[in-house]
Design a protein around this ligand. Structure first.
Ligand SMILES: O=C(O)[C@H](O)[C@@H](O)[C@H](O)[C@H](O)COP(=O)(O)O
Length: 227
């Protein structure tokens, strides 16, 4: 079914609204199941939401957090999504959560992916919630159109994590596969700005996830939009 689209009057309202919604869902999951598992994105859009979410009062010891994708750089590097989480989500009470990383520290992803996947399977999967971003090229996570690794990452029998290389990005990426993201109990996609609104319209009309990878996670998702 088509995604539900929620429009916000501002990006601040989107950050506040999504942080509050996700916090409520995490509380419910922890109350009902004793654990909640969530994947969050990197990039420039989610910072304010992650910071706001990390300040929420809830039983963070019972929450497992991972990333939808990671840039293959040391976690001290500015482009590291793990660094972004340390400076936003984990800057407050949410620091008590368990984090399942995607970056393994080896020179190339291939050297770490088995251990990264094992760590995810032991702690972070199946996902209850996946929060995602989208690029104007209709990528999500690190599922970039035309990238090396995309076919594998979109396959029904894809591994948990896949290494991605694309000329558009300065470093190798590692992404949760589409089936893992699609398997989340709920998906929330944060989209801001006119260019991405137009990209979303193109994605809704697209049929081939190879051209519009966001398609692989769009059905049944909730899109949160602000200009
Ligand atoms: O590592 C990342 O950058 C994200 O996980 C990525 O998938 C992001 O959500 C989109 O590229 C949108 O990025 P912006 O929010 O910066 O536009």
């Amino acid at each position: 079914m088509s995604p539900k689209i929620i429009e916000y009057p501002s990006r601040e309202a989107l950050s506040e609204g999504v942080a509050g919604l996700v916090a409520r869902r995490l509380r419910t999951l922890v109350d009902e199941r004793g654990i909640a598992r969530i994947a969050v994105p990197g990039g420039t859009t989610p910072g304010a939401m992650l910071e706001r979410l990390g300040r929420e009062r809830l039983d963070w010891e019972k929450v497992v957090v991972t990333l939808t994708d990671e840039r293959w750089v040391p976690t001290t590097e500015p482009r590291s999504n793990q660094k972004l989480l340390a400076e936003t989500l984990f800057a407050g009470p949410a620091a008590a959560a368990t984090f399942s990383p995607l970056y393994g520290g080896t020179a190339e992803p291939a050297g770490s992916l088995p251990a990264v996947a094992a760590g995810l399977e032991q702690t972070a999967l199946p996902l209850d919630i996946a929060v995602l971003g989208m690029g104007a090229d209709m990528h999500t996570a690190s599922l970039f159109p035309g990238s090396v690794g995309l076919h594998e990452a979109l396959a029904e029998d894809a591994p948990v994590v896949v290494a991605i290389r694309t000329g558009d990005q300065p470093e190798p990426r590692v992404t949760l596969s589409a089936r893992v993201l699609r398997g989340a109990g709920e998906r929330h996609i944060l989209i801001t700005g006119t260019a991405k609104r137009e990209a979303l319209q193109r994605a809704l009309a697209a049929t081939d996830p190879l051209q519009a990878p966001i398609r692989a996670v769009l059905e049944g998702a909730t899109v949160h939009f602000a200009e």
